[in-house]
Unconditional design. Structure first.
Length: 37
């Protein structure tokens, strides 16, 4: 989906991150997992 790719691009720009999308996904999964404890 183009929207998801665009949101991913915006997220990386917002945080000044230049990381592969799969790495970003892992990071977000980790944050979500830590937040659920």
């Amino acid at each position: 989906p183009a929207d998801a790719a665009d949101a991913d691009r915006r997220l990386r720009l917002d945080y000044g991150l230049e990381v592969p999308a799969n790495q970003l996904s892992r990071l977000l999964d980790l944050i979500a997992w830590e937040g659920s404890e």
